[in-house]
Design a protein around this ligand. Structure first.
Ligand SMILES: *Cc1c(COP(=O)(O)O)cnc(C)c1O
Length: 316
């Protein structure tokens, strides 16, 4: 497939060769990595006769917005189960409602049981629900980011460049798992660096490793000759830049969001891309990285940028 999103060099005086791949510009429902994953999930859904799509996520979830949009476009019902602890109104949650999704909020420790109960209930009523893990986690989501890795390779070939480093925001780790699988399958040697937006190690990295093993364990790749040592070597998950966790109000993040918009006309948000961009800048500085080609993957979250704008205002 042709490249879904533009990649170009940022006009930056600080870094001579910093490029961005704008996954936020995937032309569907404000884009982002959740749109790329959802395209792959709905390819699977379209093959069956499912009448419901069930998933979970908070009221801030980009994944839930995109899934609700794609379900509505097909005339399918969408049920979103979310934690009551994070259920405030956001641009994403308003869009989920606009798409007619049924939103069920329960205390976070009841989410998993509520999903099971809801799926049982639907099946008993004769419905055929399709379930997607939060964030589009799982092999299908991983495959979506192998496709993204292939696009990066195509860009490199067409422009005679090699990215020594690839940085991006890592959450559930599916995006990272796909990129690392792409690298392993191609036998490339570069640093793919996931900047954790919340999880700490060892768990954060372990989840990425599990996703990679789960994907590569599939029959078709058993013969690819990839060892556990290769997987360990290529999985870099940095938890030094999570700030105060999921959503953050730090001045540093606010500054990087403002700077990116002013300097590059590129919106970032305080939960994902702002944190990753700031983490990348710090990592480059701390490790004295110079004369390298660096790619930042903008993973989306444009509606969150507007939530931040409401919160921060234009003054800060
Ligand atoms: C979900 C999300 C991420 C993290 O992606 P994972 O595949 O869960 O690691 C990064 N950026 C944005 C904007 C997201 O919505």
């Amino acid at each position: 497939m042709a490249n879904m999103t533009p990649t170009y060099k940022l006009n930056s005086s600080k870094y001579s060769s910093l490029y961005v791949k704008r996954e936020d510009m995937i032309p569907y429902s404000f884009g982002g990595n959740k749109a790329r994953k959802a395209f792959h999930f709905f390819q699977d859904i379209d093959k069956g006769d499912y009448d419901y799509v069930v998933t979970y996520g908070s009221s801030h979830s980009n994944h839930c917005r995109v899934v609700a949009n794609m379900a509505a476009a097909r005339g399918k019902k969408c049920i979103i189960i979310g934690p009551a602890e994070v259920s405030d109104s956001t641009y994403n949650s308003e869009m989920m409602k606009l798409f007619g999704a049924e939103i069920i909020t329960v205390p976070v420790d009841q989410v998993s049981r509520t999903i099971d109960d809801k799926l049982d209930e639907l099946r008993k009523l004769g419905h055929n629900p399709y379930f997607i893990l939060g964030g589009g986690h799982g092999n299908i989501g991983t495959r979506a980011y192998i496709a993204c890795y292939q696009e990066i390779k195509e860009f490199e070939k067409a422009n005679n460049i090699f990215f020594d480093y690839i940085f991006f925001a890592s959450g559930t780790g599916t995006t990272q798992a796909g990129l690392v699988c792409g690298q392993l399958l191609e036998g490339d040697d570069r640093k793919i660096i996931g900047i954790s937006i919340a999880r700490k190690n060892p768990r954060g990295r372990d989840v990425v490793l599990d996703s990679i093993r789960e994907y590569l364990g599939q029959k078709e790749f058993e013969s690819a000759g990839i060892s556990e040592a290769n997987i360990q070597d290529k999985t870099i998950f940095l938890d030094d830049y999570t700030g105060d966790g999921y959503g953050t109000d730090s001045i540093e993040i606010k500054d990087v969001i403002k700077k990116s918009l002013v300097m590059y006309g590129m919106p970032l948000d305080s939960t994902y891309t702002g944190k990753a961009f700031l983490g990348m800048e710090k990592y480059i500085r701390q490790n004295n990285i110079a004369d390298k080609n660096i790619l930042f993957i903008h993973t989306g979250g444009t509606p969150l940028f507007f939530d931040d704008l409401n919160k921060f205002g234009g003054r800060g």
